[in-house]
Design a protein around this ligand. Structure first.
Ligand code: M6R
Length: 610
């Protein structure tokens, strides 16, 4: 999705802004631009990668100590130089970058055009900069006044940063539904839509809340409401380091992030497992522990991989904590009429903590009186701040567009929640201890799987011809199959369908022939015999099968074309292990097909618009 960076201070702004844009590249974009306020306001924009913007900057006099920059992911209007941000007013005196969507831009545009404003792009954003220009015509109006009045007239969502040639040394920012973080340095201020852009400069940050705006200058920052009431906010320290968001010698962020998974699991569980009591100590839930005891139904919302992690969680919580769970796509929940009582808790699962649909679902749940909980990775993100309580997943910054370590950490948090809710209810001490003991082993088991990457690469090579894939599994492995199929399709653009294996005969078996291979997840578990039958049925139709089963299960090598093995663990924890070969298979398939797994086409890391 789009990214914003801004700077005001005593250093040359351009290198800081360009470096920030590079750190936002992972979010996905199709054009970029930068505006510098020096002797005048200068803007350079270009379509394509940041490198082409860099090339365009050659020979340009972009000298100044203040500026804003943007990466755009097209929504209104094709990727083009004219549609790239920053957008300017008629006279080229104001520059604005925007994340989000201005829903009433057509009516604003009509009004502004009839007042004489000339539009140059197809974007919704341009209406906002002309509106600011229009409002500045009133004598004595400052940029901050005009921005305040302008955003009060728009419908939709925005995170914006605005500069004006006549007010050097001032950046005005505002937020509604699209994140804005202010970085506080020594005598300099930064702004970004994502802390990754500025973390190399400062870890002291202030997250703006919806309906807040700020004026940043050499004399400091002033935060206010849209009614112009001052808001006091102190900077907080970010835990993430700049190094954590570097490739550190790995060919891709995705490979680095998969390799980090054993450490991520340790971080997710650190200080949270009480092996003696077979319980999880979740500090983030301490304040709501009594309320949690009274909860009689959980609804879990998320999108993409977060949704699949939640489905694994549903199986765990129902089997071991005995609490009814419903998992819903956040994008559906927001438009349905969900039944929520005072004893319902709604859990939002999100790596970024900024996914628009998940955020909307949690707001809806809150309005209906539910206890809202978050399983969030990005510290200080909107979902983390808007939920009543929650558990950070502690995966660290995830730059690769495909969720890998974040997904694993989410599944692990569900295992911890199972202990937490289970021990509050019917789960025995011995069951709690057994789960806790097995959780502790996970990092070392994941390490052993990562060491087999060449095996996964060899299998990916043998199936490089396939344009379609069916992924199947039962019980805990059904959502694991959905997640595996998502990884393959998003990274390698191979058509992959994830199915609960029991559904095979209800339709997908019609697809099977020698040109349509299947990935069958069949660990030796309570449903092994059933899934084994699926393998036999596929083979009877000459379909190729890659089976992923448990070490020591030799019969699969007779039944399947290729077999990958997982170490033994508790059935409920198999999805954690299963994710590793599936991630690496998808990664190698993408690389073998010549695609960059870190930046799949059309995808954005964090989907902050609907
Ligand atoms: O930041 P979130 O966890 O809320 O993001 C949810 C999905 O957009 C995300 O998991 C997406 O499906 C990934 N590309 C999957 O790899």
């Amino acid at each position: 999705m789009c990214g914003i960076v801004g700077y005001v201070g005593k250093k040359a702004a351009l290198p800081i802004l360009m470096n920030g844009l590079r750190r936002l590249e992972y979010r996905g974009y199709d054009s970029a631009g930068v505006a510098i306020v020096g002797e005048s306001l200068r803007i350079v924009r270009s379509v394509g990668k940041i490198q082409s913007l860099d090339d365009r900057l050659f020979g340009e006099k972009m000298i100044g100590f203040m500026g804003i920059a943007h990466t755009r992911w097209a929504t209104h209007g094709v990727p083009s130089e004219a549609n790239a941000h920053p957008h300017t007013d008629c006279r080229g005196n104001i520059a604005l970058v925007h994340n989000g969507i201005i829903e009433n831009y057509r009516e604003l545009k009509e009004q502004l055009e009839s007042a004489g404003h000339a539009f140059r792009s197809e974007t919704d954003t341009e209406a906002l900069v002309h509106l600011i220009e229009h409002l500045l015509k009133y004598p004595g109006t400052t940029l901050a006044d005009a921005v305040r009045s302008a955003v009060r007239r728009v419908r939709g969502t925005y995170g914006i940063a605005v500069v004006r040639a006549e007010e050097p040394g001032r950046v005005v920012v505002a937020r509604l539904g699209s994140p804005i973080v202010i970085g506080v340095g020594g005598g300099e201020l930064f702004v970004a839509s994502d802390a990754n852009a500025i973390i190399g400069h400062t870890r002291r940050v202030i997250f703006l809340d919806d309906g807040e705006m700020a004026v940043l200058g050499l004399d400091g920052y002033q935060i206010s409401s849209l009614d112009n009431l001052p808001i006091a906010k102190e900077p907080e320290d970010l835990e993430w380091t700049a190094e954590a968001a570097q490739k550190n010698g790995y060919p891709h962020f995705m490979m680095k992030e998969m390799s980090e998974q054993p450490e991520v699991l340790r971080n997710t569980m650190r200080g949270r497992l009480n092996a003696k009591n077979g319980n999880a100590v979740l500090g983030g839930l301490r304040d709501v522990a009594d309320q949690a005891r009274e909860i009689d139904r959980l609804i879990v919302v998320g999108c993409g991989s977060a949704y699949y992690a939640a489905q694994v969680g549903e199986y765990m919580l129902e089997e071991y904590a005995g609490i009814p769970v419903e998992v819903e796509l956040a994008s559906e929940f927001r438009y349905r009429k969900p039944i929520i009582t005072s004893r319902t808790a709604v859990i939002a699962v999100s790596q970024s903590g900024e996914t628009a649909d998940t955020l909307a679902a949690i707001r809806e749940a809150k309005m209906k009186g539910a206890l809202t909980l978050g399983i969030v990775n990005a510290v200080g993100s909107t979902i983390a701040r808007e939920t009543d309580a929650g558990v950070y997943s502690h995966a660290g910054p995830e730059i690769g567009v495909a969720s890998t370590k974040a997904y694993l950490s989410q599944v692990t948090v569900f295992a911890l929640l199972t202990l937490f809710f289970g021990r509050q209810r019917q789960m025995s001490l011995s069951t709690g201890k057994r789960i806790a003991k097995e959780l502790v082993r996970l990092p070392e088991l994941v390490t052993s799987l990562l060491e087999r990457t060449n095996e996964y690469r060899a299998v990916a090579q043998r199936y490089a011809w396939a344009e379609d894939f069916l992924y199947m599994g039962r019980k805990y492995c059904a959502p694991a199959a959905f997640e595996g199929a998502l990884k393959l399709k998003e990274l390698s653009y191979v058509h992959a369908e994830g199915y609960a294996a029991g559904e095979m005969k209800h339709g997908p078996i019609a697809l099977i022939d020698e040109g349509f291979p299947s990935m069958v997840l069949c660990p030796v578990d309570s449903v092994y015999e059933k899934t084994k039958s699926n393998v036999e049925e596929i083979r009877a139709r000459r379909g190729k099968v890659i089976a992923i089963t448990t070490e020591g299960n030799n019969e699969m090598s007779r039944l399947a074309d290729d077999v990958l093995y997982l170490p033994k663990t508790l059935e409920m924890l198999v999805p954690v292990l299963m994710a590793v070969p599936l991630q690496l298979f998808a990664y190698h398939a993408a690389v073998l097909r010549g695609f960059d797994p870190d930046m799949p086409r059309n995808l954005a890391k964090s989907v902050t618009v609907e």
